[in-house]
Design a protein around this ligand. Structure first.
Ligand code: 5GP
Ligand code: MN
Length: 339
């Protein structure tokens, strides 16, 4: 089965396609790391490749090798559409449904290219012609490493590619602590380090570059906006537009905030609501078997992984939080084992 996937990719590549790589809206470390790793290895193989992402991504990822080659669709629609329209093979990384590309979705739907999905989210939809989808694996970056190995391209692995793959691994696993980490995740990491990767340096670039205002926003959020609903072993946090403005919020500043509430003893589920104009973006995190993705899919038009999911509410912040609190009783047994 797996062999067939790579054979199909080999066959497509033999046609010397114009390749486009893309990922989900508001790309994270795994999205950018795996896209840039694949970009570099395909370039090294001599292919014509471009990398177009739906919109902007946090500054702490801008140091990644070949970052300057990334084109943001939003704001560069004409150039991006020309690239999409002239591509005959499109790699879709770190998402399981074309809708996740949001502003790019229509252009991708129009394309006649061969679509290859490389992803680790549950319940992939069937938009891709070739699917390398392994739900449950730590990250798309881990799958990109497997892809490179399966294609017999190990000799093309550089420190730059290793840095990208490591970024995906470390950001999608909460620094190697989620249950999605397996022996292979560590084995791959060991190989990257053997290659010359300086992992401490990458941690520093990713996590120790806070602005003072971001750290103060986190402090404010934890001290003023954290609510523990012990009856449901759940914690809630939220930030309004006004509060974000007060701390000179820029994109990426609230990344990771949702995880703090999960570290409270007894809390197994957290929701973090952030207002964004007339909608509210919600991040969910859970531990053990509580399926955050199902709750998000059912009530907040979202999805994701069992323990890390996201969704949206069209409306005000208060409405979104009220709605969330109103549905919690339906999940009480799952959350606490008690009726
Ligand atoms: P985050 O909370 O970091 O934004 O997202 C956590 C996970 O949930 C990610 O793996 C992402 O793929 C997924 N996710 C976030 N927002 C959405 C959404 O609006 N729809 C879907 N289907 N998944 C989402
Ligand atoms: Mn991912």
């Amino acid at each position: 089965m797996k062999k067939q996937i790579f054979e199909s990719i080999h066959n497509e590549l033999k046609k010397k396609p114009n390749i486009l790589i893309t990922t989900h809206r508001s790309p994270d470390g795994d999205a950018m790391g795996s896209s840039l790793a694949l970009y570099q290895v395909l370039k090294a193989q001599g292919y014509k490749v471009s990398l177009v992402v739906p919109n902007s991504y946090p500054k702490f990822l801008h140091w990644l090798p070949n970052n300057n080659d990334v084109l943001e669709f939003e704001g560069n629609e004409e150039r991006a559409n020309t690239l999409i329209d002239t591509s005959s093979m499109i790699f879709c990384l770190d998402f399981n449904d074309l809708q996740r590309t949001d502003m790019m979705c229509e252009s991708l739907q129009r394309s006649k290219a061969t679509f290859v999905m490389i992803d680790h989210h549950q319940d992939p939809s069937d938009f891709a012609d070739i699917m390398f989808s392994v739900p449950g694996i730590s990250s798309t970056a881990q799958l990109i490493y497997e892809f490179i190995e399966e294609m017999g391209w190990n000799n093309l692995m550089t420190v730059g590619i290793a840095q990208c793959i490591y970024t995906g691994l470390v950001t999608d696993t909460g620094s190697f602590r989620f249950s999605s980490v397996d022996a292979r995740t560590h084995e791959i990491t060991a190989k990257l380090i053997e290659l010359g990767l300086e992992q401490a340096n990458i941690h520093q670039k990713l996590f120790d570059n806070n602005k003072e205002s971001r750290l103060k926003l986190l402090g404010y959020c934890l001290s003023e906006k954290l609510e523990v609903l012990s009856e449901y072993q759940t914690a809630v946090m939220s930030l309004s537009q006004k509060e974000l403005d007060q701390f000179n919020f820029i994109k990426g500043d609230t990344e990771g905030f949702v995880n703090y509430a999960l570290s409270i003893d007894g809390v197994i589920f957290t929701a973090f609501f952030v207002q964004n104009e007339n909608k509210v973006k919600i991040s969910f995190r859970s531990v053990n078997n509580f399926r955050a993705n199902l709750l998000s899919k059912k009530h907040f038009n979202g999805g994701g992984h069992i323990n890390a999911a996201g969704g949206v509410h069209m409306g005000t912040l208060d409405e979104a939080i009220d709605k969330f609190k109103a549905i919690l009783p339906d999940y009480k047994v799952e959350l606490t084992g008690n009726k």
